[in-house]
Design a protein around this ligand. Structure first.
Ligand code: APR
Length: 229
């Protein structure tokens, strides 16, 4: 059974209505990373951070999986491929499309984390500074999102998956943020075929064995149909 490791980024959720980060209308155009995506930003203004993620959580809840998410779920369901999705995204569209093997290396909008004791619980629709941790009672709850300067989640599992893969596919990511942007180099070093499916060439396009460019809802189902045929 062919083992396929698929890295996804914000580009796979664009056609579901969820904003990317670095496009002209991206999230980092109207928010400063240091204000809303760092532990220091949370320490200095937790209300601003909760406001930012409450809006993103509402947008993610209102969104529906698109044909690219569904194609990857169908690929996992067919018995000829073993699929592992490593997503940088914090929405739940892969799961709602039916994918079951999904690693959220940057966390999830639907998780809450206590900044004081590390306890985790399902996030309410809107979070606030005054929310008390169910475990320790501290008013230090934050979205369970990996911020800049923090370690991505489940890296050992990710590296093991990459090393065992027959094919590495990168979908909808600009290749700007490490360690995810370095996965293609690790795959190449292990002699693994690599494929980029993105709207346009990413920062790492030339590292890939093959690159196809176009909207994810077009090129991802086409690729899945081709390898499932
Ligand atoms: N189909 C396919 N790809 C698309 C589409 C589309 N319809 N629309 C945009 N893209 C591509 C863009 O060409 C770009 O390469 O999606 C990518 C989005 O890039 P970014 O906005 O940088 O998002 P991403 O790569 O996921 O960011 C990585 O950066 O800020 C951090 O933690 C955040 O997880 C995020 C990480």
């Amino acid at each position: 059974m062919a083992k396929i490791v698929i890295l996804t980024g914000a580009g796979i959720s664009v056609e579901s209505g969820i904003r990317t980060f670095r496009a002209s209308d991206g999230l980092w155009e109207d928010h400063r990373i240091e204000d809303v995506a760092t532990p220091e930003g949370f320490e200095s203004d937790p209300d601003l951070v909760h406001q930012f993620y409450n809006a993103r959580r509402a947008a993610a809840r209102a969104a529906q999986p698109n044909a690219a998410h569904s194609a990857l779920a169908a690929l996992e369901a067919d018995s000829t491929h073993e699929v592992l999705i490593i997503t940088q995204n914090v929405d739940d569209l892969h799961e709602r499309a039916g994918s079951t093997r999904v690693v959220h290396m940057h966390g999830s909008l639907f998780g809450a984390l206590c900044h004081a004791c590390g306890h985790r619980w399902p996030a309410p629709q809107t979070m606030a500074r005054t929310d008390a941790c169910p475990e320790c009672g501290a008013q230090a709850s934050r979205p369970d999102i990996v911020w800049f300067g923090e370690m991505p989640y489940r890296m050992e599992e990710i590296v093991r998956g990459l090393e065992a893969a027959d094919l590495f596919v990168s979908i909808g990511t600009s290749g700007n943020v490490y360690p995810a942007a370095g996965f293609v180099q690790e795959a190449r070093a292990a002699g693994i075929e690599t494929l980029e499916l993105n709207l346009e060439p990413s920062a790492g396009t030339r590292m890939f064995t093959e690159a196809r460019h176009g909207p994810a809802t077009k090129i991802v189902p086409e690729w899945v149909a081709q390898i499932s045929g």
